[in-house]
Design a protein around this ligand. Structure first.
Ligand code: BES
Ligand code: MN
Ligand code: MN
Length: 506
């Protein structure tokens, strides 16, 4: 599907379907309107005329979520999407409205016009970004394993504006950038949705390697098991002991064109469990289903990393991904094992299902060594995060208030839900073991997300600002958002991470 900006669009490009905004209180309706009906803030006389011929328009108030379909000249279908009070309309309202409108059009029309000028033109760039993001995220399908695919009829979406081409260079750029973002979200979703018999650690590392070759300023290093052993990553490798596939540590670096010693360096770390059976602390059958999703942290940070590289941000980036599955054979790690981490601390493994923190521990220590200005990990780490914050929210834990607040700000700008949980000293005390330096779970299941974070914190070197994003809830199953599939990977949090890096001063 193509998204094309159409300048100087005196009449609409599509003769099939037109989407335009309607506000409940628009003062800018250009033509006479009846007092009862919502304002269509469009300049196109023929649309206003068609609208005024439909008596039922009097029942359309243009409230948020309220849509009104009518027929224009030569049978064109016109969908007015209600956005409510113009002063209170947010980009998220636009994203959701466009997602709903896209779904109405996708199977019925081959091309569609969106009347850009009908939206609040004071922030046209931001509005265009929200529209393109919504289309990009909503049009995603994971159908590669379906024998008969339901290909959408929709081929082209025109963004119509009366503006001359010379005035819309920025808008063209915004469209391109937003498509980079949604393409990266789609790739991340694909990785997560791919089943575990197809995508194992070795395959996953190869796919990332192939994709990263297309990125400007990016270098990649993939450590195999022997190299990880040399790096003393025994804690990570203990998770891989029962697997038929070798663990992989993927280390990506992006260097901006104009890098200097002052250039900021931000590091991402991602949990990449291509499948989590729980190991010997085996998951019950029902909880094991969908554990292909346990690599969403790695896909999320890789998605953000790749978009930021393509956007050529002036920030140095590192992205470290810990890839393995958590499986069982006679060599698999048994509960009660004590293993030494890369940073020298010993860990009593009481539950082999608390494996993500073991993988991340060595990855965080490895990444700490690069001395980034900030280090952010993402992981589907704890079921407890779902209990605490629901499916709708990303859990945030951090050792640094400034970094935590910057991430919360970025998430709020991206309209993604993120909420901070504490890492109290009591939690750190609860993961101490009498026979090793640490144990891999607390003494009870309460405060499970924070205790997991307290564990991770033990592997962040002194002086490093670090934040941990628990995406166990928000990473999939976002049926309440019209631009996310009801089932499968959400691709959320990628936009927050992009926003965070973009807001950093070079
Ligand atoms: N990958 C799971 C966490 C998870 C659970 C993510 C459900 C998404 C949905 C993680 O490896 C795990 O099993 N955590 C355990 C930790 C416990 C044994 C301390 C959990 O949350 O039950
Ligand atoms: Mn687990
Ligand atoms: Mn897991």
């Amino acid at each position: 599907m193509k998204i094309t900006l159409h300048n100087d669009a005196k009449s609409h490009t599509s003769s099939e379907f037109i989407i335009l905004a309607a506000y409940s209180n628009s003062k800018e309706g250009k033509k006479a309107q009846t007092s009862k009906a919502a304002m269509l803030s469009t300049d196109r006389k023929e649309i206003i005329a068609a609208y005024e011929q439909v008596p039922a328009r009097n029942y359309f108030k243009g409230e948020r979520g309220e849509n009104f379909l009518f027929t224009g000249s030569q049978g064109v279908q016109i969908l007015a999407v209600g956005l409510g009070d113009k002063r209170k309309t947010t980009l998220e309202h636009i994203r959701r409205a466009i997602a709903d409108a896209y779904k109405q059009a996708a199977q019925r029309f081959s091309n569609v016009s969106i009347d850009l000028d009908s939206f609040d033109t004071k922030q046209l760039a931001e509005t265009t970004a929200a529209i393109v993001e919504a289309i990009g995220m909503t049009s995603y399908v994971f159908d590669k394993h379906l024998s008969s695919k339901k290909t959408p009829k929709l081929q082209t979406i025109y963004l119509d504006t009366l503006e001359k081409k010379s005035h819309t260079k920025k808008i063209e750029e915004v469209i391109k950038q937003s498509l980079i973002v949604t393409d990266s979200i789609a790739l991340a979703r694909d990785f997560v949705n791919e089943p575990p018999n197809v995508l194992n650690s070795e395959v996953y590392a190869k796919l990332i390697e192939a994709d990263s070759k297309k990125l400007p300023g990016v270098k990649i290093k993939v450590l195999n098991k022997a190299q990880m052993k040399k790096e003393k990553m025994d804690l990570f490798l203990s998770v891989n002991d029962g697997s038929a596939f070798e663990a992989r540590l993927v280390h990506l670096t992006y260097t901006p064109k104009k890098a200097s010693s002052k250039t900021k360096h931000i590091a991402f770390v991602g949990k990449g469990l291509t499948f989590d059976t729980g190991g010997y602390s085996l998951k019950p059958a029902d909880s094991m289903v969908n554990m292909k999703f346990d690599m969403a942290g790695s896909s999320t940070v890789y998605g953000a990393f790749r978009a930021l590289a393509l956007l050529e941000v002036p920030v140095k980036l590192t992205c470290v991904l810990g890839l393995t599955d958590n499986s069982i054979n006679s060599l698999a790690t048994k509960p009660d094992s004590i293993v030494r981490a890369r940073n020298g601390k010993t860990v009593e493994i009481l539950n082999t299902d608390a494996e993500g923190r073991l993988v991340l521990a060595d990855c965080l220590d490895y990444t700490s060594e690069l001395k980034p200005d900030a280090m952010i990990d993402a992981a589907t780490l704890t079921g407890a995060c779902l209990v605490a914050l629901g499916h709708e929210t990303c859990g945030l834990m951090a050792n640094n208030d400034k970094l935590a607040n910057e991430l919360l700000d970025a998430a709020s700008q991206a309209n993604e839900r993120m909420w901070r949980l504490p890492i109290f000293e009591e939690f750190s005390n609860d993961i101490k073991s009498p026979i090793a330096d640490l144990k891999n779970m607390g003494s009870n299941r309460f405060g499970g997300s924070s205790k997991a974070a307290a564990f991770l914190q033990e592997f962040v070197r002194d002086g490093i600002s670090w934040a941990h994003l628990d995406i166990a809830g928000i990473g999939d199953g976002q049926g309440h958002l019209p631009y996310c599939p009801a089932k499968g990977a959400s691709g959320l949090v990628i936009r927050s991470l992009i926003q965070y890096v973009q807001s950093q001063k070079a």
